[in-house]
Design a protein around this ligand. Structure first.
Ligand code: TYM
Length: 332
């Protein structure tokens, strides 16, 4: 069976981008047809200025939301990254195979290090090594497929490169993974700035639909989406990024094709209204289930405890093999 691994970082509240770009595929496809692990990757939330209490709270919320969205612990493994030591153990070995130049080329490093400097904060070393930890997340489980949004493409490429390099130098140890992306909405854009990604750590939340937003709030955000000049509805991501983004979201929410949908609208207002309703209905069951699960923290704790145990059992043999292969002396 195919092994699948993916993760979500508890740096902010989960967004419609996370849902359409990743989580929905995990729920609808990956957990059914593969041996899948999904992790709240909390170690990754420490690479920029962070508030410990907030990270702790958001980690629990993210885990609860993954279950609310429909990940089923009877079908897949859901756990918190820091509960499994193998990630950090393997990350160090991979740091000994990656180069400084390779990591400085990463787009997200370039963007986020500039932002940290502008904010007068130091650039944490972990921001540079972040993709190595991500490679460790993936490689520790002998992962074949990594279902992610478009923005993670370069990071998964690095994981592939590191796996191939390690195998060549130290003998076959790692499965070489590949990224998979949803057919539509692999890159949901900010509603207020449709040339940049809808991201949970964005400063201004008015262009971001959060999974836990009240329906009224979601409607307002979609209705106020920035649209392009022009009035006819055409699907053109370059020339009409705002309208194309709404069409992508509506297509993803309704299982239709954005180009086809474009032909059915002759005003921006109608497109926005239908998109707002489709998003509200798409997220309604997730919100409702989240409220139920949040009232039962014991259940979530139990799922995460069992998940971590299973994950540990899968990762340990792979990471132990890597320790031997790279030349570390086995303990007597
Ligand atoms: P993160 O937490 O930023 O996002 C979680 C998932 O959501 C996708 N995503 C989007 N998809 C479409 N449109 C958007 N606007 C959008 N925003 C986010 C992301 O592509 C991702 O799939 N580095 C990763 C977390 C990670 C990981 C891993 C993923 C750590 N280790 C190992 C896969 C495998 C991240 O920051 O995702």
């Amino acid at each position: 069976r195919t092994r699948t691994f993916s993760g979500v970082k508890p740096t902010g509240h989960l967004t419609l981008g996370n849902y359409l770009g990743a989580v929905r595929q995990w729920v609808e496809v990956d957990q059914h047809r593969s041996d899948a692990l999904f992790s709240v990757v909390d170690l990754h939330a420490l690479t920029v200025e962070h508030d410990p209490a907030r990270v702790r709270r958001l980690s629990r919320q993210a885990a609860t939301l993954l279950l609310a969205a429909g990940l089923d612990p009877a079908l897949c493994t859901v756990y918190v990254q820091s509960h499994v030591d193998e990630h950090a153990r393997l990350s160090y070995l991979l740091e000994c195979t990656a180069t400084d130049g390779e990591l400085r080329r990463m787009i997200q490093y370039k963007e986020k290090s500039v932002r940290a400097r502008e904010a007068g904060e130091g650039v944490r070393l972990s921001l540079l090594t972040y993709p190595v930890l991500m490679a460790a997340d993936i490689l520790a489980y002998a992962t074949d497929e990594v279902p992610v949004g478009e923005d993670q493409r370069q990071h998964v490429e690095l994981a592939r490169d590191l796996a191939v390099r390690f195998n060549q130098r130290y003998g076959h140890t790692f499965t070489v993974p590949r990224a998979t992306h949803p057919a539509v909405a692999a890159r949901v854009m900010d509603l207020q700035d449709p040339t940049s990604k809808m991201g949970k750590s964005h400063e201004n939340g008015s262009g971001i639909v959060y999974l836990l937003d009240e329906p009224g709030v979601t409607r307002k955000k979609v209705m106020r989406a920035v649209t392009d000049s022009g009035t006819d509805v055409v699907y053109d991501r370059e020339a009409r990024p705002g309208i194309a983004n709404l069409l992508d979201v509506l297509a993803a929410a309704t299982g239709r094709e954005p180009e086809k949908l474009a032909g059915e609208y002759d005003s921006y207002g109608a497109l926005k209204r239908d998109t707002a309703e489709a998003v509200v209905e798409l997220l309604r069951p997730v919100r409702e289930r989240h409220a139920e699960l949040a009232a039962d923290p014991g259940y979530v704790d139990r799922v995460l405890r069992e998940g971590a145990e299973r994950a540990r059992g899968m990762a340990r043999p792979v990471v132990d093999r890597a320790y031997r292969a790279i030349g570390l002396m086995p303990a007597a």
